[in-house]
Design a binder for this molecule. Structure first.
Ligand code: DQA
Length: 145
């Protein structure tokens, strides 16, 4: 099963930005960890990141007919990007939304996800392990569990 993990703005600054919220692990370390976990789950997973909304839309469109599912952390775009919502609806791939922090325990504007209607579900608050939970979520989705 081929999965595309897409990360939005400032996720490349993990390990530098607000460590009390997002943790100490750098983006590179996270990618290495997630690749290893994907391998253990026998998933063929690519990981991409962009700070630019249009590039995230292009990553989503590029997944059409190439990947079996998407794991996406659109970061701040979660809260207002209709373009990302529309792209996810357009490709209609099983998608899981992930947030490293518990967005529901933070500012009110983070509680709203405009992309949630295009996703199977949302995982937040479990740090980078949330991406692993999303991998298992996609496997179970295909198993019909
Ligand atoms: C985030 C939560 C967003 O509100 C924030 O803008 C981010 C990261 C998370 O992973 O917890 O950049 O998506």
């Amino acid at each position: 099963m081929k999965i595309l993990t897409i990360n939005g703005p400032n996720i490349n600054f993990l390990g530098i930005r607000e460590k009390n919220i997002y943790g100490q692990i750098t983006y590179e370390e996270m990618c290495k960890y997630l690749k290893g976990e994907a391998e253990k789950l026998e998933l063929d997973m690519d990981i991409v990141q962009s700070n630019i909304e249009g590039e995230l839309v292009e990553y989503i469109q590029g997944a059409y007919n190439k990947y079996d599912g998407i794991i996406i952390n659109p970061a701040a775009y979660t809260h207002y990007s209709i373009a990302i919502l529309d792209a996810l609806k357009a490709v209609a791939l099983p998608t899981i939304e992930v947030h490293i922090s518990n967005v529901h325990a933070r500012e009110d504007f983070r509680k709203r996800s405009v992309i949630a209607p295009a996703c199977i579900g949302q995982i937040c608050g479990f740090g980078i392990y949330g991406y692993v939970m999303a991998m298992i979520g996609l496997i179970n989705y295909y198993k019909g569990l």
